[in-house]
Design a binder for this molecule. Structure first.
Ligand code: AGP
Length: 610
């Protein structure tokens, strides 16, 4: 989820590229850099931290070049540092690249290139691209970019320049955005339209596997084989803010739609060809895996709900007792913790004060601590023995969506890994589950592009004037219900209660009256029949039932007023689908009520105070 921008034209490009980066800062900001082709070389300027630091460095650099590429980084491989900031260059410094995405086979490529004498200066996956281009270059940057592309696995887009062809930028994409801004006597290329919207509204959208050759007076799009592709530019009428949201009406909706990509990024390289889960940086030895006696998960809000899902998976697959604690409560208890205990702090920001305090307490009492976070370099990563990163990219909407889904995926991967290491999961079972996990991003994308979303929106509009919602779930569906209820509370301000469906008869059912809306999460196959009984109970009290069910269980629709069908998968993986219609439902209820979805009242994105 980095931002890239390139310019070729008649004007000095340093300032233009910098302004482009400013517009992309919302995509990531742990380091940034610019590479300008001038005087027979590519002049690289890079800095760590926000763009003000880069601006300082650029003020000391000549403004001669008119071709350049720039990047703002959201770290995935390698910590934020000058060396890891883009652009990356080859051994000679003649070629420079900026990349957005993940090169999954970079370790293999890097080892081969090192074996041939290439010297690397960063820890990133992206640097291999510069060296691959250097190796392939025989007088045509376009050919070298294509040759590099053919050897790379993963999902990425990148742009390359060389001092040998000073007036051209070559760009290419694979399942990662890349757009071209077309103008008079100058052209732009970027990962998103805001980068050049101030300069041109004429935009060309290349497809996967197409090469874009951008020069001062032309933009050519070709196939990998070099055949021309006819891709006329379109005019966009977005304003700056709309462009940052890539045409979505809010960041939250955009982020809901980014979930398939965020899941794919979080999965990348973590499933080996034989189906095993590969997780690095956990800070756990084989002895730890075998010797652990207990896990305590500490977190707040949405991250706590991801922890509840983690409990189900760790108990089932790794046979470990797990407690999940709200961090703000745990930190004031006097918990019994020993060295055979693992504390997992889940925090998308890695900066939540209560979660950090709970992790510190566990550490003081002898537990190993693992941080599960989305932010490289955050406080949680500095205080833990190991880190498991989600790769959701920057989340702007206060209501967490894509960070939640990637947290769920990460805890599931961790539980599979533990189960295998501890000898409770056979290779065949892991292979079956990781095979299903691999398919989830594509299946979720298909769901989000289907008419099902319209059905959720219509149901939400019908319910928008309700004064109260109840959300029921059971087993692994309960955390999904809790998360759906939190979304409704946060952005629509409608009082909402989530309950274990089996608890209804013990009190909450008294709340129901004719027409009370009750959402039921019925995606977990193991307790589907029980949920059907619960649906009948609430229906008998006149409730309006909205069921979230897996494809194949359409039957529940006969008892429900609305049914949100999601793709069917293993019950332990079902939260990855089940929560999405609830996010959408909350979103459309809030929208119908005219609420400001991205900035809910009284809330902050990161709670760094107690
Ligand atoms: C979720 O929509 C909320 N924004 C909130 O509950 C959040 O999950 C909580 O504050 C924890 O944040 P963290 O993951 O950054 O620690």
């Amino acid at each position: 989820m980095c931002g890239i921008v390139g310019y070729v034209g008649g004007r000095p490009c340093k300032g233009i590229l910098f302004e482009g980066l400013r517009k992309l800062e919302y995509r990531g900001y742990d380091s940034a850099g610019i590479g300008v082709v001038a005087d027979g070389r590519v002049e690289i300027s890079r800095s760590v931290g926000n763009l003000d630091n880069l601006e300082l460095i650029l003020s000391q650099v000549d403004d001669a070049g008119t071709t350049g590429i720039a990047h703002t980084r959201w770290a995935t491989h390698g910590r934020p540092s000058i060396e890891n900031a883009h652009p990356h260059t080859d051994c000679s410094g003649r070629f420079a690249i900026v990349l957005n995405g993940i090169v999954e086979n970079y370790q293999e490529l890097r080892a081969a290139l090192q074996g041939e004498g290439h010297v690397f200066s960063s820890e990133t996956d992206a640097e291999v691209v510069a060296h691959l281009i250097e190796r392939a270059y025989r007088g045509s940057l376009q050919d070298a970019v294509v040759e590099a592309y053919r050897q790379m696995e993963g999902h990425f887009s990148y742009c390359a320049v060389t001092a040998d062809e000073p007036e051209v930028i070559i760009g290419i994409r694979k399942e990662t955005p890349l757009v071209v801004g077309v103008s008079e006597g100058e052209n732009f290329i970027a990962s998103a339209i805001p980068a050049f919207l101030a300069e041109t509204r004429s935009v060309l959208f290349p497809d996967d596997g197409e090469v874009v050759v951008v020069s001062r007076d032309s933009v050519r799009v070709c196939t990998l084989e070099g055949d021309p592709v006819d891709r006329p530019a379109k005019t966009v009428d977005w304003d700056d803010e709309a462009a940052e949201k890539a045409g979505y009406e809010t960041f939250m909706l955009k982020e809901i739609y980014e979930q398939p990509a965020a899941l794919a990024d979080t999965l990348a390289e973590r499933i080996a060809p034989d189906g095993r889960v590969v997780l690095e940086g956990l800070g756990l030895t084989q002895e730890d895996f075998r010797g652990l006696e207990r896990v305590i998960i500490v977190a707040c809000g949405t991250s706590y709900h991801a922890g509840l899902i983690g409990r189900h998976a760790l108990e089932r697959w790794a046979r470990l007792p797990v407690e999940v604690e709200v961090a703000s409560e745990f930190r004031y208890r006097d918990p019994v913790i020993g060295p055979r205990c693992l504390c997992i702090g889940i925090s998308q920001s890695g900066e939540t004060a209560d979660t950090l305090a709970a992790m510190r307490l566990a550490r003081r009492r002898g537990a190993k601590v693992l941080a599960l976070t989305n932010i490289v370099g955050s406080q949680a990563t500095r205080e833990a023995d190991g880190v498991l990163f989600t790769r959701a990219g920057l989340e702007v909407g206060v209501a967490a969506t894509k960070t939640f889904l990637t947290q769920v995926l990460a805890v599931l991967l961790f539980a599979l890994h533990m189960g295998e290491k501890r000898g409770y999961l056979e290779a065949e079972r892991v292979l079956g589950l990781t095979g299903k996990l691999r398919r989830i991003p594509t299946r979720l994308r298909e769901y989000l592009e289907s008419d099902a979303v319209r059905g959720v929106e219509q149901a939400a509009v019908r319910c928008a004037s309700q004064r109260f919602f109840m959300v029921l779930g059971r087993n692994i569906g309960l955390p999904v219900a809790l998360e759906g209820a939190l979304k409704l509370k946060e952005i629509s301000y409608v009082p909402t209660e989530a309950y274990a469906a089996g608890e209804m008869k013990h009190g909450p059912i008294a709340l129901l009256e004719e027409g009370s809306p009750v959402l039921v999460v019925a995606t977990d196959a193991s307790i589907y029949d029980k949920l059907v009984s619960n649906v009948q109970e609430v229906r008998a009290r006149g409730a309006r039932v909205i069921a979230v069910a897996s494809e194949g269980n359409e039957g529940i629709g006969e008892m429900a007023d609305d049914i949100f069908l999601v793709p069917c998968t293993d019950e332990m993986l079902s939260p990855l689908f089940g929560v999405v219609p609830l996010q959408l439902f909350a979103y459309y209820v809030a929208k119908a009520r005219g609420e400001k979805v991205d900035q809910p009242r009284n809330l902050a994105k990161t709670v760094t105070v107690e």
